[in-house]
Design a protein. Structure first.
Length: 478
């Protein structure tokens, strides 16, 4: 009996039920190749968990660094976020003698990530005063940590943007939403797995153990990204010659064409507001668990896995709904609505319910974030012209990442202002955090209100569509 063939056939038969978007695989681009390419998303997930989860809690609680300063450091990587659109456009237009367009940019982004992780342990040594770093000036540790965060953030933005563009290059145009969805599912799986691994490794926390984890992450990042890139983009001299003869298109012209589409700017505003609503909690959930509920470092690190698990559930549900013709904008609006009771549960956990209610709220907000993210991503791709899918992906990522960075910075600043306010002295440690969570609920409400006209317009366009048609009409851009 051929056990290997039997196992592969069984895996292929059950995969579509448990792994969304696997039906994008073909004989020319098998699932194994797409999953290998998706390893770049795993490294991005590792970096996000390490930055947004473990390090922000350690710096605020264990190293006693100001939450505003930590939030500013976490926001530094997102200074590069607005350039995601430009990076995607540049990789579209990159001209190489070998015909490569995406691989050089993925490698550059990988080197930025590795450089940031290489600097970070020494910055943390100075901040902790561990060993020989006890006499080092504190400003040196803070500035080095900021540089490390910036390099890691720039690298992951480059890798993710160009990696998604490479993924869309490998499949047919009609399968672009599926392959991008598969890549984001793998991102969430990478976040869940890495959060659990980090939580286990840091169960007995020491500064030295944290440094070992960061150094290991640097090596794993380079290794996985090299495996992901291997033989994904073929060398093609004829393509290089064609690209050299093709007239260059300016970025401003391409961007002008994209935003001129009806409803594009409104959709980008909804993406920004919803990202504010879900993203401000990234820097505060783990410190909140530590200070308000008494969680340990390992327990708060596992909160990232819980949030990412909820987001993964949201992506799975969204894939089912969209596969049967669901409206992505309506789905994103529903996700924002789910976020409202999720944040309400997180707020109430410090008053009544404790850890269980807090975990339920965290899971609910993750679910809402998954529905919102997948819905807006699919709507962005469907609204884009066929020759501007990569640019649209960059625009979605730029708006989302930029608003997430501003939201993270504002969350830390608001929390620190409330902590330092003399009139609020003596209040519960959870109060500053709960104010930020309330602000997030307000942003979600604004996103819902602005998305309603898009949902209504889509409903009107569907009801006014002729019943008898020779071919189904393309989805109208919103």
């Amino acid at each position: 009996m051929k056990y290997r063939a039997f196992a592969l056939n069984k895996l292929a038969s059950i995969a579509p039920r448990y792994l969304p978007f696997v039906d994008v695989a073909t004989k020319d681009v098998p699932l194994s190749r797409l999953l290998r390419l998706s390893l770049f998303q795993v490294t991005v997930g590792m970096a996000l968990v390490l930055l947004m989860g473990t390090l922000n809690r350690v710096m605020i609680v264990e190293l006693d660094v100001s939450a505003a300063l930590v939030a500013g450091m976490l926001a530094l990587p997102l200074l590069f976020a607005p350039f995601r659109t430009l990076v995607g456009f540049k990789s579209d237009e990159h001209r190489s003698a070998l015909g490569w367009r995406r691989v050089p940019y993925i490698w550059k982004g990988t080197m930025y990530q590795f450089g940031g992780f290489a600097i970070m342990p020494f910055a943390l040594l100075v901040l902790s005063g561990y060993g020989e770093a006890v006499d080092a000036p504190r400003w040196l540790g803070l500035s080095s940590a900021a540089l490390a965060f910036l390099l890691v953030g720039a690298g992951l933005h480059i890798v993710q943007t160009v990696g998604l563009a490479l993924a869309t290059d490998l499949v047919k145009q009609e399968d672009h939403p599926k392959v991008v969805g598969l890549m984001y599912v793998m991102l969430l799986l990478g976040m869940v797995v890495s959060a659990l691994i980090y939580g286990a490794l840091l169960a007995d926390y020491t500064p030295g153990r944290l440094i070992q984890v960061i150094q290991g992450s640097a090596v794993v990042t380079v290794a996985l990204n090299m495996i992901a890139m291997w033989k994904q983009e073929s060398r093609d001299r004829s393509r290089a010659l064609r690209m050299a003869q093709t007239p260059k298109v300016s970025f401003l012209d391409a961007w002008g064409r994209l935003i001129a589409l009806p409803g594009t700017m409104r959709l980008l505003v909804v993406i920004g507001l919803g990202t504010f609503g879900f993203g401000m909690a990234d820097v505060l959930l783990e410190p909140y668990g530590g200070q308000a509920l008494g969680f340990s470092v390992a327990e708060t690190t596992r909160l990232t896995a819980l949030f990412a698990g909820g987001t993964l559930m949201g992506f799975g549900i969204a894939s089912r709904v969209l596969a049967i013709g669901g409206d992505p904008v309506r789905l994103a609006t529903f996700g924002a609505m789910i976020g409202l009771p999720g944040f309400a549960a997180i707020i109430l956990s410090s008053v009544h319910g404790g850890a269980f209610v807090f975990c339920v709220g965290t899971l609910a907000t993750g679910l809402g974030a998954g529905l919102f993210g997948h819905g807006t991503l699919t709507a962005t791709i469907r609204n884009a012209p066929p020759d501007q899918v990569g640019l649209s992906l960059g625009a979605w990522g730029a708006v989302q990442a930029t608003c997430a960075g501003i939201g993270v910075a504002l969350a830390g600043i608001v929390r620190d202002i409330l902590v330092a306010a003399p009139s609020l002295a003596g209040l519960q440690p959870s109060t500053p955090y709960n104010v930020v969570f309330t602000i997030e609920m307000a942003f979600l409400v604004m996103a819902i209100l602005i998305a309603i006209p898009l949902v209504i317009r889509r409903g009107v366009s569907r009801t006014s569509r002729p019943v008898a048609t020779a071919q189904p009409k393309p989805v109208e851009a919103q």
